[in-house]
Design a binder for this molecule. Sequence first.
Ligand SMILES: Nc1ncnc2c1ncn2[C@@H]1O[C@H](COP(=O)(O)OP(=O)(O)OP(=O)(O)O)[C@@H](O)[C@H]1O
Length: 475
Amino acid sequence: MKDNIKHYLADSELLLNAVGEGIYGFDRAGNAVFINPAAENMTGWCAQELLGKNIHQYHHHTYADNSPYPATECKIYGTLQDGISRHVTGEVFWRKDGSSFPVEYTTTPVFKNNEVIGAVAVFRDVSEQLQTESDLRSALQEVRQLTEQLQAENTYLQNELHQEWSAAGLVGESAPLKEMLEQLELVAKTDSTVLILGENGTGKELVARNIHSLSLRNKSPLVRVNCAAFTASLLESELFGHEKGAFTGASERRKGRFELANKGTLFLDEIGELSMAAQSKLLRVLQEQEFERVGGNETIKVDIRIIAATNRDLLKMVEQGDFRIDLYYRLNVFPIHIPALRKRPQDIPALCQVIIGKLNSKLGKNIKAISNSSLKMLAQYRWPGNIRELQNLLEREAILTRGDILDFKHKLVAEPANQVEAFESLAMAEKRHICAVLQACDWQIGGDNGAAQVLGLPDSTLRSKMKKLAIARPA
Ligand SMILES: Nc1ncnc2c1ncn2[C@@H]1O[C@H](COP(=O)(O)OP(=O)(O)OP(=O)(O)O)[C@@H](O)[C@H]1O
């Protein structure tokens, strides 16, 4: 048996026919002199059809990109001419049926008496290998993208976690609050843009979070951008992201909040603080739902729902030329007005209860209630800082209290409010001033010591003003 194998191994043609790679043997003139069965199988050309022929034109006539491959450029013929071996990749061989397959081949010269008498080309079909490589490349790309997305989401969520009160629900039973909650529920299920309007600390962010969690997008993130927290150019890269090297310090490619919010909700807080330049860019994204990263030219499409919020009078800003009218109308699709706390004092007891519950766990206290006199005081206060101010006030009192009932010892004094509502009208100021002068003049209108002279008015003008402003001497 052993001898038998030896006998067969001595037959080199038998061996070459058993090899899995395709083998072509060429004479000095480039004509095929040997073709093994593996080569026949791969190309579909049988040996009888090719032997004795210059076979470049049969299986090697065209490059992979379909451009012609002249025989003068053929690497196999090159080896025949210069006697140098070559390892070739990135080429294709053509089958008899006109199709092609990617190959990797080695061409080796055959010498006799130091002279090249022919060459051998050994080739492999590398379709599967290339396919595997390409699958691996796309899998790697996908992993990279997912990692990038996860990193970005992680950083964002870490920041979010540090926000206190973020899990608070919307507390309150008053008619204005209930009306607002009804609107919230109705709009949540739609994809419409919502504009939340309300003074500082009224709960705009809380409302935005509730809209998102009641919406069909609640499996995707709600991403918040505080438009007031960035300069115009930083905001741009925060919203749209940037490519590596887009500006000094941009050492990595970074996704913007628009991309992070894809399929979810983007909450643009303090929208009234956007610069004009940022307003124009935002408008384009809202219109087309597409944008480019800073320093990039790839157009990125996103599917997001926009919720914007502000404590400013956007329409007034439009009139003053500080806010784009077209952006205003894009955002003002469904406005939700959050009532100020002073307009719903009925909600104060319930709010206090919830806030005290949270403070007890935060401060390790056991406060049970608020005294009735304190509650009365809270109901009469104007609350310029709304619920946030209520939280702060209760926290301060809770820290100071030793017992289990909160009882305010001092009257509540508002910090100077710069709200429009805090100012009286011009007519009221005029009325107050005229009354004060009249009183000082003992209600004498004309004459030397009369109010008209003090005010620098003719008697008749003062009289008509008094009539218009309903000023009369007290009985
Ligand atoms: N109805 C409510 N019930 C309970 N807590 C509330 C309610 N509304 C607001 N809050 C709480 O009041 C605080 C302020 O709310 P939020 O931050 O949402 O207000 P905002 O209007 O977005 O404030 P700003 O204008 O300053 O950004 C938060 O801690 C929030 O949880």
